[in-house]
Design a protein around this ligand. Structure first.
Ligand SMILES: C[S@@+](CC[C@H](N)C(=O)[O-])C[C@H]1O[C@@H](n2cnc3c(N)ncnc32)[C@H](O)[C@@H]1O
Length: 296
């Protein structure tokens, strides 16, 4: 069994949980999820992964039950209130129970002990991945105050129903670039030259091969894709905030097969009946992520 410990999602708890569930994991507590397998490389919110080897009703029992050979030297860690850290207490206990050579720096393996539910204690091997899609996406430099975070963009693509992916309001390109890093067929456009300049610069930083087109989102230009889009909302004080996003979404409905959009929550009451909503996920700033498919 694989255990996943997620980062503090800071307001993105629902999106983070939705991403983990879409990957086939089960949530046990705020931080912990488990499943049969998991790809750390492509996901947005996990901090680390541990392959369970043993369990018990205390940390000591979990370590006594640890029956696998441990590549030595190894490091002992625990997950405490402040997160993951090395543990001298566990290291001394491990040396007594499991033998081998304990070393904090440059170990061959890392054993972690934690309790996901404050009842059961788990001991297992930690697996980490540095060259993740998230770390790559974080290297981009062009951002605006409405750019999605790298984590949110990646999670959005991970929960999207299918591909190819089209983002006709791509801004700085976070969604299409996340999709490209995940190996999905992707299309992107915007009607603002400044945004297009920024998205192209971000693309070049990531060394990806994607055309960012100048197009008006009110004129759909490709068929049979999954619309994955952080729709623009009209933020004027004297206008109704839902109109612009609903109008752009409505113009795409006849041309797409599915969608995963970020839109003002109010539009949920006004959605046309030519679509089937399969999931909604609360997002920031009174917005909701709406997933579903079109009814042909
Ligand atoms: C909320 S921002 C998208 C932010 C983007 N997801 C990012 O991470 O940078 C909305 C984008 O929609 C674009 N936009 C607004 N009206 C548009 C239209 N009619 N056609 C195409 N793009 C439009 C804006 O230029 C802006 O880049």
């Amino acid at each position: 069994m694989i255990w996943i410990y997620r980062n503090t999602p800071r307001g993105f708890e629902d999106l983070s949980s939705a991403e983990m569930k879409a990957a086939g994991l089960t949530q046990v507590s705020n931080r912990y999820f488990f499943g049969d397998s998991f790809d750390l490389q492509t996901s947005a919110y996990p901090q680390f992964l541990a392959r369970e080897v043993s369990r018990g009703s205390s940390a000591e029992e979990a370590m006594r039950n640890f029956k696998e050979d441990i590549p030595s030297p190894y490091r002992m860690e625990k997950v405490g209130k402040k997160g993951r850290c090395g543990s001298l207490t566990y290291a001394m206990l491990a040396e007594k129970i499991l033998g081998g050579v304990i070393r904090a720096s440059d170990p061959k393996s890392v054993i972690i002990v934690f309790t996901p539910d404050d009842k059961t204690w788990i001991a297992g091997f930690v697996a980490e991945e540095k060259k993740t899609a998230l770390n790559k996406l974080r290297t981009i430099t062009e951002r605006t105050c409405v750019s999605l975070s790298a984590q949110a963009a990646l999670a959005l693509v991970n929960i999207a129903p299918d591909e190819p992916i089209i983002d006709p309001c791509c801004g700085t390109g976070m969604i299409p670039l996340a999709a490209m890093l995940l190996g999905k067929k992707t299309y992107a456009s915007d009607n603002n030259y400044k945004m297009l300049g920024m998205s192209r610069k971000n693309r070049d930083i990531l060394n990806l091969n994607l055309e960012f087109m100048y197009k008006d989102a009110f004129e759909p230009w490709i068929e049979n894709c999954c619309l994955v889009c952080d729709l623009p909302a009209d933020r004027g004080w004297d206008t109704r905030t839902e109109d612009l996003s609903l109008k752009i979404f409505s113009s795409w409905i006849p041309h797409i097969k599915s969608f995963c959009i970020i839109a003002p929550t109010q539009i949920l009451k006004k959605l046309p009946n030519s679509i089937e909503v399969t999931q909604t996920v609360e997002f920031t700033a009174n917005r909701t992520i709406i997933l579903g498919k079109t009814i042909k």
